[in-house]
Design a protein around this ligand. Structure first.
Ligand SMILES: NC(=O)c1ccc[n+]([C@@H]2O[C@H](COP(=O)([O-])OP(=O)(O)OC[C@H]3O[C@@H](n4cnc5c(N)ncnc54)[C@H](OP(=O)(O)O)[C@@H]3O)[C@@H](O)[C@H]2O)c1
Length: 280
């Protein structure tokens, strides 16, 4: 089948494009050729050559900046998604939208796709708005929510910790926010499998971190696997203030996607493969 990937140059998209390309024809235009905020461009491009599936990895992902840049976040994450959904509905293409744990308020553990959303920051609100726009405009959609993503092709927590560990700075990491670290290659494999089904709906995919780990646990494991001996000081969220509020518990129940036969990778195993891969 023909698959159009948007945001194909981003962290997730860079891993996803070659993985889908193993079995399908994949097209991944750069942002200047395909800007999802441009409704006319989106419609023209999709109608000119309708793909079987559009996978949207294009997003406004700067969580803290979004607090003061609300319009830009909504333009991409909400109205960009709406533009794609309207065009896909007209062209008869399915749409896969990558969403986030940040649509939840973090007061529950293991949120299911049926749980009520309640974002606590602008980024989460804009992504939830994108999910809703899609559901209002079309029916053949896959919404796949994930969390704590890291990959070889973007700024991420693993790189930030390794960078800070290499410097002389004191390493302080919060221990009171819990989630599931997810390697972009694991998520890409799951998306590639999901879009081959006609099981449209809302799914969660994260690497398997049991009941979840804290950012502190994640940082300790990163240094252990990288063979770096350096102390990390666990701190609370109020000791490490950020412009955007974060949900305290970001863990997602992934049963629904597992019921499709899509297996999840163990988070420590994924991290090992990521660290080995970056050495090469
Ligand atoms: N990173 C995480 O921890 C995380 C967690 C949960 C969910 N997610 C979701 O996972 C998806 C992928 O995230 P990511 O980390 O791979 O993001 P990313 O590295 O920031 O990539 C996003 C891509 O979208 C492109 N883009 C931005 N605005 C666009 C527009 N108007 N039209 C077309 N392309 C546009 C960006 O291009 P430029 O680089 O040129 O701006 C970039 O290539 C997103 O939907 C995100 O919300 C991420």
């Amino acid at each position: 089948m023909k698959v159009l990937v948007l945001g194909g140059q981003g962290m997730l998209g860079s891993d996803l494009v070659p993985i889908i390309g193993q079995h399908h024809e994949v097209v991944a235009p750069a942002m200047d050729e395909f800007d999802i905020t441009n409704r006319e461009m989106v419609r023209d491009k999709i109608m000119a050559s309708p793909p079987s599936v559009v996978v949207n990895c294009a997003a406004y992902t700067q969580v803290d900046k979004a607090e003061t840049d609300c319009e830009a976040a909504f333009a991409v994450n909400a109205f960009g998604a709406q533009n794609l959904a309207i065009a896909c509905a007209e062209a008869g293409s399915a749409l896969c939208y990558v969403s986030t744990d940040y649509i939840f308020d973090g007061t529950r553990r293991m949120s299911t796709p049926y749980d009520c959303a309640g974002p606590v920051n602008v980024y989460g609100m804009s992504k939830l708005a994108g999910e809703r726009m899609i559901q209002w405009a079309m029916s053949r959609f896959y919404i796949i929510r994930t969390s704590w993503l890291y990959g070889w092709h973007g700024r991420n927590f693993v790189e930030a910790i390794l960078e800070r560990a290499a410097g002389s700075d004191d390493l302080r990491v919060v221990y009171d926010q819990v989630g599931a670290p997810t390697w972009s290659v694991s998520l890409s494999n799951a998306i590639a499998r999901l879009i081959e089904t006609d099981a449209y709906g809302i799914y969660h995919y994260t690497d398997d971190a049991g009941d979840g780990v804290s950012w502190y646990d994640f940082a300790v494991e990163i240094l252990a696997q990288a063979g770096i001996a350096k102390n990390i000081r666990p701190v609370t969220t109020p000791e490490f203030p950020r412009p955007a509020r974060r949900p305290a518990n970001s863990t997602l129940d992934c049963t629904l996607i597992e019921m499709l036969g899509i297996r999840r990778d163990d988070w420590k195993h994924s991290l090992k493969r990521y660290i080995e891969g970056r050495k090469n």
